[in-house]
Design a protein around this ligand. Sequence first.
Ligand code: TYM
Length: 327
Amino acid sequence: MAKKVVVSGLKPSGELHIGNYLGAIKQLVELQNKSDYKRFYFIADYHALTQNFNAKDKSKEIFNMVVDSLATGIDPKKSVFFVQSHISAHNNLAWIFDTITSTGELSRMTAFKEKVAEGHVPNAGLYAYPVLMAADVLIYNADFVPVGDDQRQHVELTRTIARTFNARFGKMFKEPKTLNTETSRIMSLSDPTHKMSKSISSGCLFLSDSPDTIKKKIMSAQTDSERTIGFDPKRRPAVSNLVSIYAAFANTSPQKVVKKFEGKGYADFKKDLATLLIGKLKPIQKKRAELLKDRKKVMKILESGAKTARPIAEKTLDEAKRKVGLI
Ligand code: TYM
């Protein structure tokens, strides 16, 4: 039986935080144990250019994101791991998709509206961001796209693009499905009405945070006035978010976490959560420090990943070009 294809990307704009980890990366790593899946994981550097950035720092940021991904457990022996801009076929296919995507559809994308509200320049790349994403996914003929909840709408659009292309030029693309985790929407520690993101830095816990910083961020995380540990995301979003984080890192359920802390207060719970996070992030941080010293090894991994991905991507692009009549 043909292997199922999984495709996901990480955008190198700033560092990875536990939202990225629990919403996507943990799942990407776990999927590596499935022998009937083929995985394409990449660093979406072209996507990172759509938001404000400093050219001087960009290549370092990309390298750091590569290192972070490897440190969290993305294994180049089990997954094809590469940098998006190294495979130009993604963008070529994206252009074809641009021509079959309506601006009405793109105007509905909430991620675009949020980014503009955050102060990013509403450039054409930011607007067409989900079209490049569709190309990233469809170029490998993906079945599944493991992403956090904030990317669900983009995967929906990917399905629409696949459908539109097939209807107009003849059946070629599958319609991939989103793979979500139970922690597909980790909220900011300082404001549970917003998803965790580096744009609210006080509420964002980075994978590279020191034990002291982790303690500080967790101890000052927002709770509520009820004083008990509970899990009720609608009514008690702040505490429930912390319970979700605890459960995901401890590989247990939110209900079991609530039970464990029955009769205890926020201070005890937060102390335990900080200790858990420090312990879980320590091996990632150690691996990260090792990899940062071995640039050659990291570059070799990327070269080899691109070598595997490129012919697959180019084959799809050629087929799409044939279908639309370019060749
Ligand atoms: P990026 O780098 O912004 O996010 C990487 C992954 O982390 C998830 N995520 C979260 N999950 C839970 N809670 C949060 N607070 C949180 N914040 C971020 C995101 O949903 C994502 O899965 N556009 C993609 C990159 C990309 C891509 C693709 C993904 C480019 N091409 C093709 C899949 C397939 C992004 O948002 O990356």
